[in-house]
Design a protein around this ligand. Sequence first.
Ligand SMILES: NC(=O)c1ccc[n+]([C@@H]2O[C@H](COP(=O)([O-])OP(=O)(O)OC[C@H]3O[C@@H](n4cnc5c(N)ncnc54)[C@H](OP(=O)(O)O)[C@@H]3O)[C@@H](O)[C@H]2O)c1
Length: 339
Amino acid sequence: MIRVEEVLHSKYLLARDAAGCWPKPEQYDVIAMIPSVLHFRRSELWLLKLDMPIRSVFSHKFNRSHANRRTFRFVQSIMAAPHVLLIGGNGKIARLLTPMLLKKSWTVTSMIRNADQVSELQKLGEKQSGKLNVLVRSLEDVATDEVAKERIDAVKPDYVVWSAGAGGKGAPERTWAVDRDAACRFIRASVALPYVKKFVMISFITSRLEKAPWWTDEMWEKEKNTTLKKLERYYRAKVAADQVLYEESKKRSDFIAICMRPSLLTEEPVGKVALGRIPTTNGTSSRASVAYLTSLLLENPNVKTTWLDMLDGDEEPEAAVKRCVDEGVNCLEGEPYYP
Ligand SMILES: NC(=O)c1ccc[n+]([C@@H]2O[C@H](COP(=O)([O-])OP(=O)(O)OC[C@H]3O[C@@H](n4cnc5c(N)ncnc54)[C@H](OP(=O)(O)O)[C@@H]3O)[C@@H](O)[C@H]2O)c1
């Protein structure tokens, strides 16, 4: 039997393919193996001749001093590669977010409602180091928390991102069914499943019951009398889901709720942003920047439950996320249910 240290020093790692065959060791250098290895689920990844899952090798025997740094980072990236359930996977933000996550070698399960979209969506997973699964399930038949739980449990994600929305299309009841009821059910189900560690809700900047303390009275009155009146049903549905996200998140100390709150969405590329407490609600939000900020927040190990208002602005996204995380910015301030 070859010892783990020797395997790592030799720079060869092997994975069995679906038929259980071993690739020839001399053909693969550890870095060259990355794309093919990542097509395997973590539990199917094995070290050469040890017949031992990499997870247990890592936790019992693997030691940073025994491996060169590239190998260590490689093993670490496989072990830590999270699995994201993306609800509303064919939406514009979700389609931008998907390749950003796959590029990190993460697994994405994209939940969509229309089987006709599957082949087009699967193209987002081509030539990526992460794996993309597409799951066809409508949100309108998620009638109970139990159904949501079953849907999540079939995927077992580490993180859930909600980027679905009825978008004001179809009968008005669809807004209640999707934006409020299905969203609330997926939130409660996520909190009830201990392996789900983060939930990101794509909401909007004025989805709140009370004026933000950093806004003027005039601004809030204007919002209430224009946008929120016009989109009343959507507004009420999103406010309800956001509140449930906060209340549910308090039930578990290891659960992180992130509410990303853009304004009018645009097709602009990733750019500079305003994130956190923003003195105005008047502005645009690039969907690509929303997706990019979401990916940064998902991978940030220090992020805590946070509500973040977001517009296009003048700060680099990485710096904005770091600042908000370091300072513990939370735009929930001012809401009646927030301490
Ligand atoms: N529009 C704005 O200006 C704005 C502003 C702030 C925040 N937001 C929020 O941003 C998020 C997404 O934005 P976006 O631009 O990516 O929206 P989008 O392109 O309209 O995506 C929404 C997705 O939800 C899916 N969906 C709707 N009903 C469904 C159902 N019954 N079952 C399963 N999936 C369903 C849609 O599926 P189909 O592809 O099959 O239609 C669509 O792919 C939403 O949460 C929205 O509330 C929007």
